[in-house]
Design a protein around this ligand. Structure first.
Ligand SMILES: Nc1nc2c(ncn2[C@@H]2O[C@H](COP(=O)(O)OP(=O)(O)OP(=O)(O)O)[C@@H](O)[C@H]2O)c(=O)[nH]1
Ligand SMILES: [Mg+2]
Length: 290
């Protein structure tokens, strides 16, 4: 596997048809605790949640873990908040004139990542009540790589925005890439970017150049590993993480491990409460302000 430092830094971020931080493991209210002791997965051998929790703790040592109260607060907010579709846009001129007209913009976080890394699915998992039997499908999801074509903004509880973006890499376009880059540079209300990496695929040159872009432009970001249900061997995953030498990055991001509920085969969400809590913290929405 290539290390981040070994990958050239001046990769153009927008090409046609390219080929290709901290908190769970804390106790939550009994009703919010995932019932199964393993992450139900596409693998025959599931890795226990306790092992994932241990890994989460050990890779996020530089960050303070949220307290039970913070986790409960985040779960309460996302479980009870209404989700409103705010806008979808693929035209930078129209988008920025729309944004400029908003007098009091809401704090925002944005999901970024390669096509098919699970951005839209994770957004749905974040906004779906933990006690719900079915997933809210506010963002459209597909097996087809490069499915989301526009920037899509969702307002949660009238307090904060989550932006879903078109993926970069396979089946992406120059225009989509330009739009996302412009947005990242210009949106002042943007509080944090979550860069999604499919855990089974690990970081590639495009992710790496994106990390570079975020660092260079001083945009706060964390890395979110998705699809951990696809990991068969925890030790090899740990080794791969270590080999990436993420600790050599100028600012060490949180590494958030997640698993989304997608269908009947993959029923359990993991890391959602952690991510929810980081989203609230990033948007500076403390208890008093909610
Ligand atoms: N097993 C598993 N599959 C997942 C998970 N998250 C997403 N998927 C699947 O991955 C595929 C892509 O998911 P999307 O959410 O559409 O990915 P995306 O990043 O929004 O993709 P683009 O819109 O193309 O950029 C879908 O088939 C999802 O069901 C996960 O945690 N585990
Ligand atoms: Mg999508």
């Amino acid at each position: 596997m290539k290390t981040l430092t070994s990958i050239t830094k001046n990769i153009v971020l927008t090409t046609k048809k390219r080929v290709g931080p901290a908190i769970p493991s804390v106790k939550t209210k009994k009703k919010d605790v995932v019932k199964n002791k393993t992450i139900q997965s596409t693998n025959k051998k599931s890795i226990s949640i306790y092992k994932w929790n241990d890994l989460n703790k050990s890779i996020n040592k530089v960050y303070r873990y949220p307290t039970d109260g913070e986790i409960n607060e985040a779960n309460y907010f996302f479980n009870s908040s209404k989700v409103d579709f705010a806008w979808a846009n693929s035209d930078p001129d129209k988008l920025f004139s729309l944004i400029d007209r908003i007098k009091h913009p809401k704090p925002e976080v944005l999901f970024l990542g390669r096509s098919n890394s699970g951005k839209s699915t994770l957004l749905n998992n974040i906004v779906t009540n933990l006690h719900s039997n079915s997933l809210d499908r506010v963002a459209k999801v597909s097996k087809k790589t490069g499915f989301t074509k526009t920037l899509n903004c969702f307002t949660i509880g009238n307090k904060l925005n989550i932006i879903d973006t078109p993926g970069y890499g396979q089946n992406s376009s120059v225009d989509q890439g330009d739009l996302v880059m412009k947005y990242l540079k210009q949106q002042k209300a943007l509080c944090r970017v979550f860069l999604l990496i499919s855990a089974e695929k690990s970081i590639n040159k495009w992710d790496s150049s994106m990390i570079d872009f975020l660092s260079t432009n001083r945009i706060a970001y964390d890395l979110v590993f998705t699809k951990i249900d696809k990991i068969k061997h925890l030790d090899s995953f740990k080794k791969e993480l270590k080999d990436q030498r993420l600790d050599e990055l100028p600012i060490f991001p949180r590494l958030i491990l997640t698993n989304s509920e997608t269908n009947k085969k993959c029923l359990k969400r993991y890391g959602v409460d952690f991510l929810r809590s980081v989203i609230l913290e990033s948007c500076n929405l403390s208890k008093k302000k909610l």
